[in-house]
Ligand binder design. Structure first.
Ligand code: XBP
Ligand code: MG
Length: 258
């Protein structure tokens, strides 16, 4: 029986990578006197590495052989400082209200809560970033509906490792087969899939070409009555134009019967 929905945040609940994190990284680099510019194409590549700190380190190692002279500190400490500044910048951007929830997200969470499905979050980013996003783009109190909010601090190994989803399952005392996960990226899918959780993918521009084999279904977004979804995977999507609880139950029944 389907008991819980587990949501990724970045790219799934909102287009935070494109409109938030990437912009915040660049503003922070400039503020620190670094002439680094993560354009959309480069950022798309860098997203292969989850975690902001890890992404900066990967960039320095792989794309920036010369360590900039402004980095006089221990590199790890510098990255930590830079990353913390980027997250302050991110919160400021989010507060302006420029990053809305993706289509269907608020509608589905509201309906799921109303019918008693349990809710959780499994994200690689920090709790402060999740709180900033919910405060700006979601109905009041909605974040409190999530009984587990697993973030950057919750586990050691980030996605694509299964750890974050296993952590959520443990906290909720649920088996993987009693849940559905919502993700937007291959790293996210690998993480949820490795924990055994059937996963729906809502792609975005950064992730549309990624490998989503193993996903329950791949769609463009969750859909709204005036903005029907498109199914992109070969597996057939039940005859619904939006992802609502009825659609999830139908999909889940088909999955359970497989
Ligand atoms: C999100 C991430 C994060 C964000 C930036 O992945 O990889 O690193 O890009 O946030 P997912 P931080 O959506 O799979 O959780 O800078 O706080 O890491
Ligand atoms: Mg994501």
């Amino acid at each position: 029986m389907l008991k819980a929905l587990i949501f990724d945040v970045d790219g799934t609940l909102a287009d935070t990578e494109r409109l938030g994190h990437r912009v915040a990284f660049n503003l922070t680099f400039a503020a620190f006197g670094l002439n680094w510019d993560w354009d959309e194409t480069l950022y798309g590549e860098l997203l292969a590495v989850t975690g902001g700190r890890e992404r900066i380190k990967h960039f320095i190692n792989g794309y920036q052989p010369e360590i900039p002279s402004v980095i006089t500190d221990d590199l790890t400490a510098f990255i930590e400082t830079l990353h913390a500044a980027k997250n302050r910048q991110y919160a400021k951007l989010v507060e302006t209200g420029r990053i809305p929830a993706r289509p269907g997200v608020i509608r589905l969470i509201t309906e799921a809560k109303a019918v008693g499905l349990r809710l959780a979050i499994a994200t690689t980013t920090k709790l402060e970033n999740v709180e900033a996003l919910f405060a700006a783009a979601f109905p009041k109190q909605m974040l409190s509906w999530f009984e587990v909010i697993a973030t950057d601090e919750s586990v050691q190994n980030k996605k694509p490792a299964a750890d974050i989803y296993q952590h959520v399952l443990e906290k909720m005392q649920l088996s993987a087969q009693e849940c559905l996960a919502f993700e937007d990226s291959e790293n996210g899918l690998r993480s949820a899939f490795s924990a055994g959780i059937p996963t729906l993918i809502t792609i975005n521009d950064y992730t549309e070409k990624q490998n989503f084999s193993g996903a329950l279904v791949v769609i463009n977004h969750l859909g709204e009555p005036q903005q029907p979804l498109t199914c992109l995977s070969e597996k057939s999507w039940p005859d619904f134009t939006i992802v609502d609880v009825a659609a999830l139950e139908t999909l889940y029944k088909a999955y359970s019967a497989e």
